[in-house]
Design a protein around this ligand. Structure first.
Ligand SMILES: C[S@@+](CC[C@H](N)C(=O)[O-])C[C@H]1O[C@@H](n2cnc3c(N)ncnc32)[C@H](O)[C@@H]1O
Length: 257
């Protein structure tokens, strides 16, 4: 079977499941069973044992992170896009991420970076980094080797971390830890760099802003991303009744000179 080990979404009219195609096995849901051996192409529509039509397809990044197993709270896709723009990430970037967590943002960055980039991700928790590494390889296993950017995991507390021990001139630092200002206890920025911190509370934002200013950062911006979906059906056009509203604040700044 060509699709053995492929990561897929198995979608019924009412629910989405994340699974891996496994030869000789079946996927059991409340709406009937699907035989993996019947999947001879992707995407495909298949009837379950109870006659319900399922669609099976490769997950997008957003599908995956919303369905994947998580440890710590992830950065939502709506915030990830804005963070990437604020951090000015491109395929050549040299990126330091502080707070690997469940690896949701780590994965997004890894899919954007090319062969000439550098990517380090720091977390004090070995357990979180291990889980994140597994999650990331699960998603990336659907893609070719060249697509997979190597992630260098650093297992250390931010308050003792010395950036000079990694001889890389980073151009973007992104944090998702409660006290990002501790970075500046032992480190100094001297070259062009974009800083982005994702934080749940405005008091953390305020302290981060003060620290960035004390360290000569400019172009400081504070924002939250509110994404509102609309229903457009026949004569009815209105915002959806439910939305993911406030998740966190994003503060960004740039060290120029
Ligand atoms: C909310 S999670 C990050 C989630 C991640 N951005 C994602 O999208 O999946 C925060 C992570 O920061 C780590 N952390 C908290 N304080 C830290 C510190 N002082 N130094 C290093 N890592 C820290 C925690 O172990 C946790 O894994």
């Amino acid at each position: 079977m060509n699709f053995e080990n492929n990561l897929v979404i198995i979608e019924s009219p009412s629910k989405q499941y994340l699974s891996v195609i496994t030869k000789g096995q079946e996927f059991i849901t409340n709406e009937g069973k699907i035989e993996f051996d019947n999947i001879d192409k992707l995407p495909i529509k298949i009837l379950s044992s109870t006659g319900i039509e399922f669609t099976i397809y490769t997950p997008s990044y957003k599908d995956f992170v919303l369905l994947m197993k998580r440890g710590p709270q992830i950065i939502y896709p709506k915030d990830a896009g804005s963070i990437i723009v604020s951090a000015n990430i491109n395929s050549h970037s040299r990126v330091l991420e502080i707070g690997t967590g469940s690896g949701a943002l780590t994965l997004f960055i890894a899919t954007l970076l090319g062969p000439n980039s550098e990517f380090y991700s720091l977390d004090v928790s070995k357990k979180n980094q291990y889980r994140a590494g597994k999650t990331i390889s699960r998603y990336l296993s659907n893609y070719s080797e060249e697509f997979i950017k190597k992630i260098n995991f650093v297992n250390e507390d931010l308050s003792t971390f010395l950036m000079k021990n990694i001889s890389i001139n980073f151009n973007s630092i992104i944090t998702d830890v409660p006290e990002p200002w501790h970075f500046f206890d032992n480190n100094q920025i001297e070259d062009n760099l974009y800083w982005v911190s994702y934080l749940p509370s405005i008091s953390q934002i305020s302290k981060t802003k003060d620290t960035l200013e004390q360290n000569n950062f400019q172009h400081i911006e504070i924002k939250e991303v509110l994404e509102r979906e609309w229903t457009v059906k026949g004569n009815i056009s209105r915002p959806k009744h439910t939305m993911v509203g406030h998740t966190g604040f994003i503060i960004s700044g740039r060290f120029i000179i």
